[in-house]
Write a protein that binds this ligand. Sequence first.
Ligand code: ATR
Length: 282
Amino acid sequence: MVDYPKAFVTGYPISHSCSPQVHRYWLRLYKLEGWYEPVEITVEHFPTFIQSLQERKYCGGNVTLPHKERAFTLAARCDRTATCIGSVNTLWFEEDVLCGSNTDAYGFICNLNDCAPGWIRNTAIVIGAGGAACAILFALKEQGFKKILLFNRTRTKADHLADRFGQEVFVADLDSINSYINRADLIVNTTSLGMRSSYNSNKNDINIDFTNAHPDLVVADIVYTPRVTAFLKNAQKEGLKTVDGIGMLLHQAVPGFERWFGIRPQVTKELRSHILITTQEK
Ligand code: ATR
């Protein structure tokens, strides 16, 4: 009989997920009795899995690709953030009611605060129009950005996404992105372009010319394998401040851990080094 809190991370596939390393690190650090495990579930079996969480003795867990939108529809109660983003990455029970939130926006902002203190909240450029872009747009609007320029390979997807976020978000053609760089205080890549899996087939780099950028521009990528993507390297060559995706991964895990295991964990340099070793090896 398991009497300690047990949480999961589910996705398909799930072997790439670093969440078990993050949560197990904190469980050890805070000497807590608890368990966090990866569970690979196909799209077809996802609803049944969610319905069986209590039977499986889970107090909650994380949801990753491709299940985040489905989790939003299956959770009985979702908070405002999950509702605005339309997807859930963190689940927990409140008196047998399955609740859901999305902590990606929170993780993104905490990471910027950590790595680029004093970052300017005025004009942003966001590249991509998938689920990750949606969380970033929500985060930036919450932070009070007055203008957010959205670029995506498939423009219609960007148009649809922008429609959900109101008048601060403008869409332009990806081909024209270089003519907007000098107006930006923050530029975020939310696409999977720099990821190691697509990295070696170098057709995939986003060619941004940072030479006219504002010297205070902060350049962020949500990809963390490799830690420094080609996109970030280009920005670094121009002496710009860059923020990699590892910190977002760590910070987004904090609210879930606190709900399941009762302690609000710290994102430290030591945790970052520990996870960097794991992720760069994967
Ligand atoms: P997620 O939910 O993780 O954001 P997604 O919905 O698959 O993932 O979105 C991936 C994003 O990366 C999309 O904006 C996609 O552009 P399209 O909408 O045109 O598909 C972008 N993307 C992926 N591969 C790309 C490539 N080779 N060039 C440009 N954009 C790319």
